[in-house]
Write a protein that binds this ligand. Structure first.
Ligand SMILES: Nc1nc2c(ncn2[C@@H]2O[C@H](COP(=O)(O)OP(=O)(O)O)[C@@H](O)[C@H]2O)c(=O)[nH]1
Ligand SMILES: [Mg+2]
Length: 205
C-alpha cells in the first residue's frame, strides 16, 4: 500500500467535503519551468498532455532564452491525477506556458481549489504573470522553486520571496520536478496550506 501521506490531517472541513470528489489543482509558471515534468512525474495515470515538438513556426515566438535544450512545448495543457491518501485525489492541470495561450488561463482556473506556481530562478520574471493571475482570481497558491543544475547563483527561498514580493503567508518550497517524491511534497504543502485556510475560515465567525 505504502501511502506516503497517511500523516495528512484528518479532513473535516469544506476541503474534506470536496476531497470526496477530487481537488482540482493547477500548475502554472513560465515557459520551460518544469510544469509538464512535474505533472508527469507525480501522476498515477498516464498523463494526458499535448506536448508537441516545437516547430519552426514557434521560432522567435516562443522564448527559449535559457532553455536551449527544450525541443517540445505544451500547446494546451497537461493533465494528471494523484491520490494523496484514500480520500484525497488531486486532479492536476498544467497550464500552457506561452504568452499566446494565456487566454486559456481564466477558464483553467474555474473550479480550481489551489495552485502550484513553479519558479525557475534563471528566469524569474516568467513567474510574475502567473502570480498576478492567481492573486486576481483569489486562488490560494504555493511557490515551488524548481532547482535546475545550471543555476548561475543559488538563491535562497528568502531571496526569491523578496524578488517576487511574495507575502509571508504564501508557502515556498524547493523541488526537483523530475522526482516524484519531490513533486508530491509540493502538492502536500499546497494541500496543507488549503487545509489551514479552510480551518481559519471555519473558525471565523
Ligand atoms: N535539470 C533539470 N531539468 C529540468 C527540471 N525540471 C524540468 N527540467 C527540464 O526542463 C525542460 C522543460 O520542462 P517542461 O516540463 O517541459 O516545462 P514546461 O514548459 O513548464 O512544461 C525539460 O527538458 C525538462 O526535462 C529540473 O528540476 N532540473
Ligand atoms: Mg509544458
Amino acid at each position: 500500500m505504502g501511502s506516503a501521506t497517511s500523516d495528512l490531517p484528518a479532513v473535516r472541513t469544506p476541503l474534506g467535503a470536496l476531497a470526496d470528489t477530487g481537488l482540482k489543482i493547477v500548475v502554472v509558471g513560465g515557459f520551460g519551468v518544469g510544469k509538464t515534468t512535474l505533472v508527469r512525474s507525480v501522476s498515477e495515470i498516464r498523463p494526458l498532455n499535448t506536448e508537441e515538438v516545437m516547430t519552426q513556426a514557434g521560432v522567435g515566438v516562443d522564448s527559449t532564452a535559457g532553455v536551449a535544450a527544450k525541443t517540445t512545448t505544451t500547446v494546451a495543457f497537461d493533465f494528471g491525477r494523484i491520490s494523496l491518501n484514500d480520500r484525497m485525489v488531486l486532479y492536476l492541470f498544467g497550464a500552457p506556458g506561452q504568452e499566446r495561450f494565456w487566454f486559456l488561463w481564466d477558464r483553467l482556473f474555474s473550479g480550481t481549489l489551489g495552485a502550484v506556481v513553479l519558479v525557475d530562478t534563471r528566469r524569474m520574471d516568467e513567474s510574475w504573470y502567473a502570480i498576478d493571475r492567481l492573486e486576481h482570481h483569489g486562488t490560494p497558491f504555493v511557490v515551488a522553486v524548481n532547482r535546475f543544475d545550471d543555476e548561475p547563483v543559488r538563491h535562497s527561498l528568502d531571496e526569491i520571496r523578496q524578488a517576487l514580493a511574495l507575502p509571508a503567508h504564501v508557502p515556498m518550497v524547493d523541488c526537483d520536478a523530475r522526482v516524484r517524491s519531490s513533486g508530491k511534497d509540493v502538492l502536500i504543502t499546497l494541500v496543507d496550506h488549503l487545509y489551514e485556510l479552510a480551518m481559519a475560515q471555519e473558525t471565523t465567525p
